[in-house]
Write a protein that binds this ligand. Structure first.
Ligand SMILES: [Zn+2]
Ligand SMILES: [Zn+2]
Length: 271
């Protein structure tokens, strides 16, 4: 079966990712308006009727902006941990109780034909999670906001065939940029975001033949550019003598528009 992944939007302006097959799909985060999500999906020829739920990583507005309307108008369940629900549900963000689904940490659950596991990552929200999603023999890991890659997250990232990982800022641009010192410190901290060198070094240390698609996500508007991300990655890989095999692809996810659909072919065991 064909498995399709597409980023509808990625970055501090809003995050929303789609994963689906010919029958069902899920969204990961609804950080852009519900109208934009519906429009982007329609343009991709994906029916809202096939979307079975929204996995939610944390309570920052660039991940939940469209969640209230999307759950209400399309009656979609939203799934996250009890602690994250506590941080999301405020007088400004009301989600109907019948759309609220609590999920466990580090324990598989099932949605839309996928086996999914949420795992904690280090970020400056009350709790932030990444998702490891299995479909047949294919594994997708999504980690968009994290200050460093902690031991708990590493195995989920290393097991991925398709990896969506943050490469938020160019270290020099951030240091020389206009942000106030407290904000620079916050972004660079262990609970902030991953810089281009951090992500490139982690990838150089952990790249393997199973990893066919690397999607670099959540680029900062003010402190990064797709060119800087690619330059840093190319330089780090070349210093380590790493050459991609012919099947490995690197994509930079657009900040405000959908990226090209990435398809994986899922092999299921035949009885
Ligand atoms: Zn974010
Ligand atoms: Zn965040």
């Amino acid at each position: 079966m064909k498995l399709n992944f597409c980023s509808l939007s990625s970055g501090s302006n809003g995050n929303c990712y789609y994963l689906g097959n010919e029958f069902h799909g899920i969204l990961i985060d609804a950080g852009i308006s519900a109208t934009a999500i519906r429009k982007f999906l329609k343009n991709l020829d994906i029916s809202m009727q096939t979307i079975m739920g929204v996995l939610t990583t944390h309570n920052h507005i660039d991940h939940i902006k469209g969640l209230e309307l999307l759950t209400r108008k399309n009656h979609l369940p939203a799934l996250t941990t009890q602690k994250i629900w506590k941080s999301i549900l405020t007088p400004q963000m009301k989600i109907s109780p019948d759309c609220i689904r609590e999920i466990p940490l580090k324990q598989k659950f099932h949605l839309a034909g996928f086996d999914i596991e949420a795992f904690p990552v280090c970020h400056d929200a009350p709790e932030t999670i990444g998702f490891h999603i299995c479909a047949g023999d294919k594994k997708i890991t999504i980690v968009t906001d994290l200050g460093h890659i902690c031991q708990i997250a590493t195995p989920y990232i290393k097991a991925a065939n398709l990896l969506v990982i943050e490469s938020n800022y160019d270290e020099q641009m951030l240091v020389n940029g206009k942000y106030p010192p407290f904000l620079k410190a916050r972004i660079q901290s262990d609970h902030g975001h991953l810089g281009n060198h951090q992500t490139a070094t982690f990838l150089a240390d952990n790249i393997n033949d199973k990893l066919s698609n690397i999607c670099l996500a959540h680029l900062s508007k003010n402190n990064n550019s797709p060119e800087k991300v690619l330059q840093t990655l190319a330089q780090t890989f070349s210093e380590r003598g790493i050459i991609l095999n012919g099947h490995q692809r690197i994509s930079i996810l657009n900040r405000t528009t959908p990226t090209n659909m990435i398809s994986l072919i899922e092999q299921t065991d035949s009885l």
